[in-house]
Design a protein around this ligand. Sequence first.
Ligand code: RIB
Ligand code: NA
Length: 296
Amino acid sequence: MSSILVLGSANLDLVVRQPRIARPGETMFGTAFSTVPGGKGLNQAVAAARAGADVGFLGAVGDDEFGRRLRTQLETDGIDTTGLATVDQPTGTAHIAVTDDGENSIVVVSGANHVQVALDDTMRSAIEGARTLVLQLERPVSLVAEALAYAQAHGVRTVLTPAPVAPLPSDLLALVTVLVPNAREACELAGVDDEFAAARILGEQGSTVIITRGSRGVLVLEPGGEPRVLPAVVVEPVDTTGAGDTFTGALCAWLAEDASLDDAIRAGQVAAAISVTRPGATSAMPGRSEILAALG
Ligand code: RIB
Ligand code: NA
């Protein structure tokens, strides 16, 4: 049984390096193309495993070359793939443009990630055996909601990255132990412009809220506390794809070892900072020794 169980998406990232984002109707030249295992769920699973955690993955891929590549990546990182289904839809893909200043824009074609919309016995028993269940919103929201409810009923801690941001059932946040949005997601979910106000609103139902804000550091609100800012680990970004997922994966790995919240956040920040200095999502994620060395 895995201590961290990720229920989420797996995509093959089809990445084009280009000077800037193309305008409608424009044809422009890119400078490089690569394929990298990604998807917010797979990314978080790989980041947590490399950070030293015992990880299982609940997901779906197609019966195709991309799906086999993603399964192999999970296995190479020592992740339990018992709950990785092969379904009758193409493997999810993410079409990613990365500009020379390290910004990205992403279009996801969900495919297999949107099949298997109800919790089944494999997922239930995996959740029961986990200490922490980690989710994002690239699988159907109904499945995420079911999994959160099942986890809470079985005393399993839950971590949700609400990305890509989507309207959530009003009572859903009550099922989330730790909510990890970025600044835009936090403000959109809370319906306000101010990040501190957003943290307070999102934390009203008892979640710890951790808002990732890139070079402006992390805003954290614990139940009953006041929002506080932990400064960023500043680096020169090459490619920020998957940085948030790397943060969450390493954070969860540290929390699974009963680290303090601040120490876990610091480990997440350091892992994410390393990942943005290298191209790609999983291809950029550090291992435990590299994180420890950077923590000093
Ligand atoms: O968060 C980054 C991820 O978003 C990419 O790996 C891509 O697959 C999309 O899911
Ligand atoms: Na990167």
